[in-house]
Design a protein around this ligand. Structure first.
Ligand code: SAH
Ligand code: SF4
Ligand code: F3S
Length: 451
């Protein structure tokens, strides 16, 4: 039996790495005798796993935290924690502004969170830990028995940290230096996940193409993909995020040749202007990026590309922006994530004036979104009539009479379940779907075979 003060809710902001960290931490908390609550109102302990990548991401968390003042003051046993990237970046500021926060714990001290909660419950707060990993090493937390939110698809951390120091980016500051997890350990985890019913794994790293740096014997992402491809029970393998500079023929050939590795790359360009790319410290020109895309498409038939763009970087002119727009149209991304530049304290770019007015940033943001939608609508309309392999995710959220799944290229497909079958039984299975229609967000199809 859990004591009433043992229900924890983790509210997660940020990237896939944060989602994985929250799942790992739930596992650790369960081991320490805590149980999970779905919603903060039902919990005795609320943890915010936070993101610092843009000012907006931080603001959302700050406004949530402010709302806990009354509860924290009226319920002495209640524990409020802030963990992850924001905790790492601004521990002292957080406590100064919200003195009722009990635990502030950075990105490398997650394993210590359960003990801190206990200490806080006994009145020992506030506790701040923005230190390094425990003596067990960088990847000890990754070995935690995670509590998964999804059954058939899982993230696997293969690297932690980032050494790139792109001029705008806070990640290297909050996540620390880059290091790679030994391949045998990654494979062991993937095997365990497969035994547990997982069919699709996504290997995570901030710059996954540089996987292997510092490992002995030498190993690269292509070798890792080959080993993970060999795990029985796994049907699909993905990896994110790729840095354009570190794309190699070896990685592309692995993608083309290994049957489980999906033909999908998330390979952000950030800008189409060489002047801006230079100031961003991205280490490639727009021409080199285009060559990389051409090579990738040559080696990997059917390849889908996703990208990120930042608009309104310091000094970005109308001409720079036009070059970005042209690149987005030319590459014909399946998906683009578009962000307005947000200065991050301590980064190189924060020393430069944030001189593109917000109105212009919004206009440029909107123009890229519109262009992306045009490109994508056309691309998807061209897919109607094809037969595609779909991994079934479950009932469609929009309409529970239908099933929803994803293609190897990560397009969402909605289709009817087979007559007489219980649709939920198809979750996690590979099926063949003939595409019959496309709308701006979704492809529709009819089942034409089971995998
Ligand atoms: N490691 C990954 C993800 C980095 S953060 C990568 O390198 O691709 C995800 C995206 O947020 C980045 O690709 C970038 O487009 C955007 N981003 C990062 N810092 C930003 C900032 N200061 N302002 C606006 N967008 C930013
Ligand atoms: Fe940030 Fe650049 Fe590292 Fe990506 S590669 S996390 S954008 S510093
Ligand atoms: Fe991810 Fe945001 Fe941290 S993007 S690494 S949660 S700053």
């Amino acid at each position: 039996m859990n004591r009433p003060s043992d229900k924890v809710c983790i509210v997660t902001f940020g990237c896939q790495m944060n989602k994985l960290d929250s799942d790992l931490l739930r596992g650790e908390l369960a081991r320490a005798g805590f149980s999970c609550a779905e919603r903060p109102e039902e919990a005795d302990v609320v943890l915010y796993n936070t993101c610092s990548v843009r000012d907006h991401a931080e603001h959302r968390v700050l406004s949530h935290l402010g709302a806990y003042r009354r509860r924290a003051e009226s319920e002495p046993d209640f524990v409020l924690g802030v963990i992850g990237c924001m905790a790492q970046r601004m521990a002292d500021q957080l406590l100064a502004r919200f003195p009722f926060v009990d635990v502030v714990c950075g990105t490398r001290a997650f394993l210590r969170v359960p003990a801190y909660i206990r200490r806080a419950q006994q009145g020992g707060g506030p506790i701040v830990d923005v230190g390094e990993e425990s003596p067990g090493g960088r990847f000890e937390f990754d070995r935690a028995a995670r509590m998964r939110q999804e059954d058939h698809s899982a993230y696997v951390s293969v690297m932690r940290g980032c050494d790139n120091f792109c001029a705008y980016c806070i990640v290297p500051f909050v996540r620390g230096r880059e290091s790679s997890r030994p391949p045998q350990e990654v494979v062991r985890e993937v095997r365990r996940l497969a035994d547990d019913g997982v069919r699709e794994v996504t290997l995570l790293g901030q710059n996954v193409n540089s996987y292997g740096g510092g490992l002995e014997p030498p190993v690269g992402l292509a070798d890792l993909l080959e080993r993970v491809n060999g795990v029985d029970g796994i049907e699909r393998v993905r990896f994110v995020t790729s840095h354009p500079r570190d794309m190699t023929d070896g990685i592309l050939r692995a993608m083309a040749g290994l049957e489980k590795v999906c033909e999908h790359l998330h390979v952000p360009a950030q800008s189409g202007s060489d002047v801006v790319l230079g100031r961003m410290r991205r280490d490639y020109t727009a021409a080199q990026y285009r060559d990389m895309v051409a090579r990738a498409r040559e080696l990997v038939p059917g390849l889908m590309l996703a990208g990120d763009f930042i608009v309104g970087f310091p000094g970005e002119t109308e001409r720079d922006f036009r070059l970005t727009l042209r690149l987005l149209r030319e590459v014909r991304y399946q998906q683009s994530f578009i962000f307005k530049y947000s200065p991050r304290p301590g980064t190189a770019a924060a020393r430069w004036e944030d001189d593109v007015p917000d109105r212009i940033k919004r206009e440029r943001n909107q123009a890229l979104l519109v262009a992306q939608e045009e490109v994508d609508t056309e691309r998807r309309a061209g897919m109607v009539g094809r037969r595609v392999e779909v991994l079934v995710d479950g009932l469609s959220k929009a309409d529970e009479r239908h099933l929803s799944g994803r293609t190897r290229g990560n397009d969402i497909v909605v289709f009817d379940p087979p007559q007489g079958a219980r649709p939920e039984n198809l979750t996690g299975r590979l099926v063949t779907v003939e595409l019959t229609d496309s709308t701006p967000l979704t492809l529709f199809g009819r089942l034409s075979g089971r995998g």
